[in-house]
Design a protein around this ligand. Sequence first.
Ligand SMILES: [Zn+2]
Length: 149
Amino acid sequence: MACPAMGRRLNGRSISIHRCYTVSETATALGLHRGSVLRWLSKGELSPIDQSKPFLIHGKALREFIDRRTPRKQKCALHEWFCFRCRAPRTAAFGEAEIIGANVNSCNIRALCSDCAAVVHKRFSLKTLATLRRIIRLSAPQHLKHLIE
Ligand SMILES: [Zn+2]
């Protein structure tokens, strides 16, 4: 990737919305190189308060910029696994999943991502198994068979 800041979560909590920041201050506050900030300015992704140099960026504009860039947390539905390869919730390939471990309250269920076939794992409360079974086919090794019967 060309831009080291691309895809990185930016933390704007140290940015005050009541003051202005120079390019260097912005970079320091976000733990980035000045070049990243200058690139955002040149691309128009981030707007300075005016075109006079040195550029000043309003804290409020900076916070809004960070919010726009921060990917929303994607919540998985009951029958979805978070696939780290796709970076998104995915259903189980072929509608099948396998219980691979369990304790008194929960079990670990393995499936294949329906999109990229990567192995995905998720913990399920034993209470949700009945519901899950209505959505996908569950299998289990002999010693855990009682969980799905
Ligand atoms: Zn995937």
